[in-house]
Design a protein around this ligand. Structure first.
Ligand SMILES: [Zn+2]
Length: 647
């Protein structure tokens, strides 16, 4: 058996540990999103939580973990008789891998039994396995959109509903959702962001002594996991007991009026959308009081709850990035106004009915038409190059959509099922209802006797699926130098915003990698949000040396991450450079590794002596070179349409 790292041995990460513990006490808080760079032991901490959770009582033999005291009436393994002897088992931590198929997550029909015995049997997926436990998604920001939707629906309703291949199954799926992500690899869709009750930012400690302690403990654990864990057994047991005690205390904890007023005042001050933040904060504050062994919520509980519940859901200014912490001063001010005895009855105090903000324009920033986003009152950054219309900056189709270009539909193996057909070769994905329907009329004629079907090859049908195509345009831009850099950046900002304005109702994404000095940065993780983009683009730094290879390597990683997230998205790499590099290795070597991605090099070289380095880079990338002036014009569209690559 694999021995996990003990929770009580984790050094630092106080907010993360507290957020997890509060959810363990009160799963209704709605989970934790953990943001942070690589190598911060996020996953280790999350995985170590399961060992602290109280055991769960389950109906023996039920694959859907029914509670013997209240079995799920719709349990596919039910109905369960009452009075069955219950079983207890440890709480589970189920990991949802980023590349998981829908079948694996939601469950699927057992084809073998269906075909041999003629029974429609349902094979539970990860959502069923996670019921009454923890569902952990590492790199949740890389999860395929389609799985995200599935996950959200289940998390919101506490129920998984599977409807496919002619079966309809519904079962309970209440779980503590924990996601970890590295924001450098792309932001989470706003819809998913808001679904996590709490969010914490983790970073490695800057304190040498603390770092040394982390290393010391890790080495000791790796050398002797069992022995090390044994040494922390006492601490682990104490935490587990404390969680159990807090759970018992939870229903008795009261939320005094002034604390509730504090919560609504803070939510109003931070201008959060809807009521979810208020509820989450209230639940977190109550859980914290229970965790501390108190029967009443204090202002301190509210303050801590705000710090964990608000950072990811306050309404964002285009200039903010979602990783930013909470404005502590504003928090203190809102709290002290709400908590001071008399002052809040009149003028500008928070109204008790007001935190939702009533008529705030709804909709997620990512999907909101730009007209609405612009309506928030001149908050757009100072003209990042006037947006112009890039009519079509789209790489050629990679699916089976054919060479017709424009977004179209592709039919193939993934996407929504739109029909069935007889396979024209090897069977890829059986369409069971269609197959059964094809076989059914012949059963008598084929002399069927038992319960199984008599199936012939000509009965087989496969699902015909249809998916929408979408693009990813990744800019990789030289931000070194001074005056020339600013011109380049203006042109690029204009291009990015134009693409997003044009793309908002489609599902295209635009991202930006810049390189300057010694390194490359993901200045804009691939996004379809105009607001996020304009905010990030307003603060781009320029100057320094030119590590072109580092820029390309960074772009390569971003493209790889996006490919994982959505393999059907067609990437186009736009490198804006004069081809010179004054720092780092030879970019041409790196460029060759990107030769399977459609690319354009925007040549920024100017002056009397021209070296033609950008052209050389374009050749290594297998792409085309155009002039900077052409980026700032519809011209680019035409050029890109000519970029042809065989995948
Ligand atoms: Zn059951």
């Amino acid at each position: 058996m694999i021995v996990g790292y003990p929770f009580s041995a984790v050094v630092g990460h106080d907010d993360l540990k507290l957020a997890l513990l509060l959810n363990a006490v009160s799963p209704a808080i709605g989970g934790v999103l953990v943001r942070g760079e690589k190598g911060t032991a996020k996953s280790t901490v999350v995985r170590s939580l399961a060992a602290l959770l109280p055991e769960v009582a389950v109906v023996a033999g039920c694959r859907f973990s029914c509670d013997p005291a209240a079995p799920d009436p719709s349990c596919p393994d039910g109905p369960h008789e009452s009075g069955l002897s219950p079983q207890t088992r440890p709480a589970r931590l189920v990991e949802l891998p980023v590349g998981a198929s829908e079948d694996r997550v939601a469950g699927s029909l057992d084809l073998e039994r269906a075909l041999t015995e003629g029974v429609k049997a349902f094979e539970p997926g990860l959502l069923a396995a996670a019921h009454r436990g923890v569902l952990y998604v590492d790199e949740v920001n890389l999860l395929h959109d389609h799985l995200v939707d599935l996950l959200l629906d289940a998390a919101a309703m506490g129920v998984a509903h599977v409807e496919r291949e002619g079966v309809s199954v519904r079962h309970a799926a209440r779980f503590l959702l924990v996601g970890t992500m590295n924001p450098e690899e792309g932001e989470l869709r706003p819809q998913l962001l808001d679904r996590f009750g709490l969010a914490v930012e983790v970073r490695a400690s800057r304190d040498p002594a603390e770092r040394a302690e982390v290393v010391r403990r890790r080495l000791a654990f790796d050398a002797d996991p069992a022995g090390y864990t044994g040494a922390y057994a006492g601490g682990e047991r104490d935490l587990a007991l404390r969680i159990a005690a807090a759970r018992e205390r939870l229903p008795a904890v009261t939320l005094p009026d002034d604390a509730l007023r504090g919560i609504t005042a803070v939510c109003a001050a931070f201008d959060v959308e809807g009521m979810r933040a208020d509820l989450v904060m209230a639940r977190a504050a109550v859980a914290l009081a229970a965790w501390e062994g108190r029967d009443e919520v204090t202002p301190g509980d509210v303050r801590t709850a705000a710090r964990l519940a608000l950072p990811h859901r306050r309404r964002r200014d285009p200039f903010d990035d979602p990783g930013q912490g909470l404005d502590e001063e504003r928090l203190e001010q809102a709290l002290s106004e709400a908590l001071s005895p008399d002052d809040d009855s009149g003028d500008d105090g928070p109204d008790d009915d007001g935190p939702g903000g009533g008529g705030a324009p709804g909709g997620e920033p990512a999907d909101a038409p730009p007209g609405e986003g612009g309506g928030t009152g001149g908050r757009r950054p100072e003209s990042p190059g006037a947006p112009y219309r890039t009519r079509l900056l789209a790489p050629e189709a990679v699916g089976r959509g054919g060479p017709t270009g424009r977004r179209g539909r592709t039919t193939g193996e993934s996407g929504r099922a739109v029909g069935a057909r007889t396979p024209d070769g090897r069977l890829r994905r059986l369409d069971l209802p269609a197959t059964l329907a094809a076989a059914a009329p012949h059963q008598r004629g084929r002399g069927r006797t038992g319960s199984g079907l008599v199936l012939r090859r000509e009965d087989l049908r496969e699902a015909l699926r249809e998916g929408r195509e979408s693009n990813l345009v990744l800019f990789c831009v030289d931000a070194s130098g001074s005056m020339a850099a600013r011109t380049r950046m203006r042109a690029v900002k204009g291009a990015v915003l134009s693409l997003l304005l044009d793309a908002y109702q489609r599902r295209d994404k635009v991202g930006l990698v810049t390189f300057r000095g010694e390194e490359a940065t993901v200045a804009l993780p691939p996004t379809s949000s105009v607001e996020l983009a304009s905010g990030r683009l307003a603060r781009l730094a320029t100057g320094g040396r030119t590590p072109l290879a580092a820029g390309l390597r960074r772009a390569e990683r971003v493209l790889a991450a996006e490919r994982l997230r959505d393999p059907r998205r067609r990437p186009l790499l736009v490198v804006v450079t004069d081809g010179r590099h004054t720092s780092g290795p030879d970019p041409v070597v790196t460029a060759r590794r990107l030769a399977d991605v459609a690319s354009v090099v925007v040549d920024c070289e100017h002056g009397p002596v021209r070296l033609g380095l950008a052209g050389r880079l374009a050749a290594a990338l297998g792409g085309t070179a155009i002039r900077l002036e052409e980026l700032a014009a519809d011209h680019l569209a035409a050029v890109v349409r000519d970029v042809r690559k065989v995948a």
